[in-house]
Design a protein around this ligand. Structure first.
Ligand code: GDD
Ligand code: MG
Length: 364
């Protein structure tokens, strides 16, 4: 089976993490988000993955190359200007001659892709859209259906009282290639706001494929943190959130931990790190490669990317620190902070909860 993954967006809501890293490449438990997606697709018999690139394309291509290392064939299609979700797929039209998957490149879920394809082939719709129930529909695209599953209406980012269902577009479609045929080339077109409603208006059959289980869109820092935590504690389905059994402390090659440090699982530390005396790390916490955590520092539910240095007695709480940052001695970084790449925090500075620090900032 073939899938095309939309990874061209700028990830604005995830800034500053996406200022220098495409959303698909932000590390989730020390591996790019997209690698987790690819792994899942491969498990479900997807062997060819087309990536639609636009923002920072070379970072994605350099990592995945021809896909061999990940057991799939990777094909790249680049847009010079953003063509929107459907425009990006139109741009790759020549690669598809039978029903294929389209995936938003920022969603991880437990969808059974094989079952979805079987349902699509059986029902004769031109498009099948995976649907998931959510609490707050205002962030997503609501899809209303008739009792037998036929889609009747799309409402993208509705107001709370504007819709009669909590089922939203889960960011996975199966399309018959001919739905792309009449679209204009090289013009921005959105699936959600244009192509799908247009197909409905012209009487085409579109079907919903409801599913339950794990589903997350990492579009915002809170959700990104949540996904890391879920993978760390093995609580894959929200309903099973108490299954902390099997929580581990995992250390990468060349990482040294002072015997006086305390690690409260689940904690994952990458390669070539050093964890000093008296450090206390409370999980779920992820630390990337090449990091140094100075003596007496306390980290409580944090996500630290690569080559970060954290000074003596620093305090970090429920926050994210991106690549190449220097957090000096006695600093405090509060709950919900997102610190971009290459930030320097001078000694004893306090970064208030909820602050976003842009890449390259010197915090004094
Ligand atoms: N190639 C390319 N070109 N990709 C794009 C473009 C573009 O112009 N615009 C967006 N994308 C990619 C993004 O990188 C992302 O992976 C995906 O398309 C979806 O864009 P988002 O910006 O994340 O959309 P959203 O989360 O607000 O809403 C979408 O996803 C929801 C589910 O998570 C919609 O499809 C909603 O209907 C849906 O509920
Ligand atoms: Mg999204």
């Amino acid at each position: 089976m073939k899938a095309i993954v939309l990874v061209g967006g700028e990830g604005t809501r995830l800034r500053p993490l996406t200022c220098q890293t495409p959303k698909a490449m932000v590390p989730v438990v020390n591996r790019p988000f997209l690698e987790h997606m690819v792994e899942r697709l491969k498990k479900h018999a997807v062997d060819t993955i087309v990536l639609t690139l636009c923002y920072l394309p070379e970072l994605i291509q350099k990592y995945f190359k021809d896909g061999a290392r990940f057991g799939v064939k990777m094909v790249y299609i680049e847009e010079k200007v953003p063509l929107g979700t459907a425009g990006a797929v139109k741009n790759a039209e020549c690669l598809f001659d039978e029903p294929f998957f389209v995936l938003n490149g920022d969603v991880l879920c437990d969808l059974d892709y094989g079952a979805m394809m079987r349902a699509h082939l059986a029902c004769g719709a031109v498009a099948t859209i995976a649907l998931i129930p959510v609490e707050d529909v205002t962030q997503f695209g609501v899809v209303e259906t008739a009792p037998e599953g036929r889609i009747t209406r799309f409402v993208e980012k509705p107001k709370a009282n504007e819709v009669g269902t909590n089922m939203v577009n889960a960011g996975t479609y199966i399309l018959d290639p001919h739905v792309l045929r009449d679209m204009p080339r090289n013009k921005p077109v959105s699936f959600e706001r244009q192509l799908f409603p247009g197909l409905l208006a012209s009487g085409e059959r579109l079907t919903g494929f409801p599913f339950t289980g794990y589903w997350i869109d990492i579009g915002k820092p809170d959700n990104y943190m949540e996904l890391n935590y879920h993978l760390l504690i093995g609580a894959r389905s929200p309903g099973k959130a108490s299954s902390v059994a099997g929580a581990v402390v995992e250390l990468g090659q060349g990482t040294s931990v002072d015997p006086g440090a305390i690690m409260d699982a689940p904690v994952v530390v990458g390669e070539r790190c050093s964890i000093g005396a008296g450090v206390v790390i409370k999980g779920p916490t992820v630390i990337g490669n090449g990091c140094r955590i100075g003596p007496g520092a306390r980290l409580d539910r944090v996500i630290v990317w690569n080559n970060v240095s954290i000074g003596k007695n620093a305090r970090l709480e429920h926050c994210i620190v991106a690549n190449n940052c220097l957090v000096n001695d006695n600093c405090c970084i509060g709950e919900g902070c997102v610190v971009g790449d290459d930030v320097k925090v001078t000694p004893s500075c306090v970064i208030q909860p909820g602050t976003k620090v842009w890449p390259g900032t010197l915090v004094t």
